[in-house]
Ligand binder design. Structure first.
Ligand code: GTP
Ligand code: MG
Length: 337
């Protein structure tokens, strides 16, 4: 059934695309075969991750950026990932309303996704959803996630360009270091630049960026003058220092500059021939994730129903150590894996 959906989507059916995304989100039976059929058609889209603290304006920015790409005649797929409970649903409803003005355009496809299971499940669903849109022929794929710990790391494993969104006056600068979110930024956005405190936020971010990239610029002394030269990564490819772009997403200000910065990052990766190694790294991480997930599932399927509970009790009673418990569970399922 999903195989036919895959074919219908490749033939341009929007309805089939929507159904496939639902199948991915719900891990429906047969979805793996559909994804396998689509896989040869992937690898063309440029995937942009948009992450940042709640309320910084990510959805508004995604909306504005999508319009800018449409003006360049590029088609755009949007995935808004909501890691919160599916029962609150507030954020998604808000996103739907904010992005409503995009919805009549056949060159745009928007999908919100919520976690139902683990964070790992969400990362997998997001990756697969990106693939579906990629195979569907969308030129640009925008993935919005709330920067809340491990989420933004998952996005980096999917995105070519990661945009980190900050806003003035939230003490976000401090949050950013705590979450290590700056380290994953290819482009930094200070949105809500119409609000007071913008210059402070930009200055704080710039300082932190330079601290975080101590090799990004080298100061050399040349005939008594201090010269700044770009450092290299050892292969004579210049390092990328994330630009800081100021935007007012709600007024469409700074959006073309943001699109230009993303484009520059893309050209940087292409010129430095880093794209191949980036893709190889993404694949390696993905295979490791999938392997871990598959092996665990197989192991659990082969164990008697109460064996995990039984070892938990023994560990709690200190009659078995945790690694011993793992060895024992594996031994019980040995012939199965
Ligand atoms: N003043 C101002 N308000 C903005 C700007 N951009 C967005 N907003 C407003 O900020 C609020 C939050 O915007 P969203 O786009 O929903 O923010 P978000 O980061 O997607 O929020 P979550 O998905 O809930 O984390 C909305 O009321 C927007 O209208 C801006 O540039 N300036
Ligand atoms: Mg949002």
């Amino acid at each position: 059934m999903t195989q036919e959906l895959a074919q219908a989507m490749l033939n341009g059916s929007r309805r089939a695309l929507a159904q496939l995304l639902t199948a991915v989100e719900n891990e429906r039976e047969g979805v793996d075969q559909a994804l396998a059929a689509l896989f040869p058609h992937t690898g063309r889209a440029w995937v942009i991750g948009i992450t940042g603290a709640p309320g910084t304006g990510k959805s508004t920015l995604v909306n504005a950026l999508a319009k800018a790409y449409r003006a360049q005649d590029k088609t755009v797929g949007i995935i808004a990932v909501d890691p919160t409970s599916p029962f609150t649903g507030g954020a998604i409803l808000g996103d739907r309303i904010r992005m409503r003005d995009l919805s009549g355009d056949p060159g745009i496809f928007i999908r919100s996704m919520a976690t139902r299971g683990s964070l790992g499940g969400l990362a997998r669903a997001t990756r697969d959803a990106v693939r579906v849109l990629d195979a569907g022929g969308y030129d640009i794929i925008l993935v919005e996630t709330v920067g809340a710990g491990q989420n933004e790391v998952a996005i980096v494993r999917t995105a070519h360009t990661t945009v980190v969104v900050e806003a003035p006056g939230l003490g976000d600068e401090v949050q950013a270091i705590k979450a290590g979110i700056l380290e994953i930024a290819d482009v930094l956005v200070v949105n809500k630049a119409d609000r007071p405190g913008v210059t402070n936020t930009v200055r704080a971010l710039r300082t932190m960026l330079e601290l975080g990239h101590p090799t990004a610029r080298r100061l050399i002394s040349h005939h008594g003058q201090r010269l700044e030269v770009p450092a290299t990564n050892g292969h004579d490819a210049p390092l990328w220092l994330p630009p800081i772009v100021q935007t007012v997403a709600s007024e469409n200000k700074g959006i073309d500059e943001l699109a230009a910065a993303v484009d520059q990052h893309r050209r940087h990766l292409e010129a430095a021939e880093s794209l191949d190694s980036m893709e190889r790294q993404h694949i390696e991480i993905e295979l490791e994730d999938r392997l871990r997930e598959s092996l665990l599932r197989r192991l659990l399927e082969r164990l008697p129903a109460d064996s995990v509970q039984a070892v938990i009790e023994r560990v709690q009673a200190r009659t078995l150590d945790p690694q011993g418990a793992v060895d024992e569970l594996i031994a019980q399922a040995e012939d199965g894996i």
